[in-house]
Design a protein around this ligand. Structure first.
Ligand code: PMT
Length: 407
């Protein structure tokens, strides 16, 4: 696992207009050194000070400055960009930009993103010392602070305009240190998390199989959220067409037995196992070596039970913290409680499945149950839901597992 202080954090850097914009180029480089993935949005004024190409080369991502760039919107809409961000930092933030943010304007891409994102926002002011000291600017900054926007700096010293006073952009090192300090430790820092996701396919013959409707979206979102929470994540994926989340180690499997072998091998090293895969309960007793032909008669397939992977991990001598899913069409809580006990789980995430629910779709709702408590997580995008789930898992993990303090 990387020790970088902003490991895998998605940082959206907003660059405002001002002579200090050139320092934002160094900030991009240093953010990436610290492990962050960086996307840059410039205000129109910022583009007069530094070229977008500089930020594009340093960040490795396209740079945006307009809401009306159709090809950029098609690649990643501004809503997706706002959701993508774990952190928004605006450096430098001019007096004008601060005023617009303080009053909730959304007349350009950057101010729109600040209104749209759920990520924490930091602003690093840089301007002439008189502008900074002006009561209008101070009132605007105070407004932002009250809204929990972090205000980083400014520093005092000699200014590009020849004056001396408060209004200089903080040094790049100071900006990074402030961002790292503000984020604090992450909930799964130092932990190894194993996630299973997707369906399993049980082959009937070389061209047919028994599968299920799982798309892998829920499990992949859980893996991504666990990685963002600081964990070292291994993902055992059934056959799905999803890309691997950043920073996650992925092992692809097809059948339940392959998934079982991969999970058992990885579980011994894991602190937490989250079993989101829809493992096929049955498989054909035999797989025909050649394509089965129509015979004009009914075809009977003899099905035998697959191993219960989660239950097997639960029976090991020192199981990891175990989180199962329960996919039910009826009596959700009743069946989920049964699985919690039978499979010796620390927590179960129960979801109602059926027509346009649970499987395949982009949204889900989860009833979390553990010994002595429960919580309903309301219908939400699976990526957002996964973040809430991971936070609850981290809380329960810390509450039930003793912290080992080395002498
Ligand atoms: O992939 P998506 O399209 O996003 O859909 C998400 C989902 C509905 C698949 C997911 O949210 C979910 O509910 N996953 C578990 C599905 C399931 O198999 O539930 P179950 O109630 O049959 O199994 C209970 C638990 O035992 C699960 O954690 C399952 O991973 C595990 N299990 C089940 C059978 C088996 N042979 N081995 C297992 O380990």
């Amino acid at each position: 696992m990387s020790n970088a202080s902003l490991d895998r954090v998605h940082v959206l850097l907003g660059v405002g207009g001002g002579i200090a914009a050139y320092k934002a180029a160094e900030l991009v480089r240093r953010l990436r050194d610290a492990g962050a993935e960086v996307r840059v949005v410039m205000t129109e004024n910022a583009t007069r000070f530094v070229g977008a190409v500089t930020f594009q080369a340093l960040s490795g991502n396209p740079v945006r400055s307009s809401l009306w760039d159709e090809s950029a919107e098609a690649a990643m809409s501004h809503i997706e960009l706002a959701r993508w961000a774990d952190e928004v930092i605006i450096a430098p933030a001019s007096a004008d930009l601060i005023a617009r943010l303080a009053h909730g304007f959304a007349g350009d891409l950057l101010s729109t993103l600040v209104l749209t994102t759920a990520a924490p926002v930091s602003v690093a002011p840089a301007m002439n010392q008189q502008m900074w000291a002006h009561p209008a600017t101070q009132a605007n900054v105070e407004r932002l602070r009250q809204r929990k926007v972090r205000v980083l700096g400014p520093a005092a010293g000699s200014q590009a305009c020849g004056e001396t006073g408060e209004g200089r952009l903080l040094e790049v090192d100071e900006l990074i240190a402030a961002l790292v300090a503000a984020r604090g430790p992450r909930s799964l820092d130092g932990l190894r998390v194993l996630v299973s996701a997707g369906p399993t396919y049980e082959d009937i013959d070389p061209v047919r199989f028994i599968g299920n409707r799982s798309s892998g979206k829920m499990g992949f979102a859980v893996a991504a959220a666990a990685a963002q929470a600081g964990a070292e994540v291994r993902l055992i994926a059934g056959p799905v067409s999803l890309s691997t989340p950043a920073g996650v180690e992925r092992i692809d499997v097809r059948s339940a037995r392959q998934m079982r072998d991969a999970v058992i091998a990885a579980a011994a090293d894991a602190d937490i196992f989250i079993s989101a895969a829809a493992v096929g309960d049955y498989r054909p007793e035999t797989t025909a070596p050649t394509k089965l032909k129509k015979s004009g008669k009914a075809l009977a397939l003899e099905l035998i039970q697959n191993p219960d992977i989660l239950a097997e991990v639960g029976q090991s001598a020192q199981p990891p913290f175990l989180v199962g899913f329960a996919a039910e069409t009826n009596d959700l809580e009743h069946y989920a409680r049964g699985k919690l006990e039978r499979k010796r789980l620390d927590m179960i995430a129960a979801n109602q499945v059926g027509e346009a629910q649970g499987f395949e779709c982009g949204e889900n709702a989860l009833l979390l149950i553990w010994s002595g408590g429960s919580e309903q997580l309301a219908l939400a995008d699976k990526r957002v839901l996964a973040q809430s789930l991971v936070e609850r898992i981290a809380e329960r993990y810390r509450a039930t597992r003793p912290v080992v303090v080395s002498a």
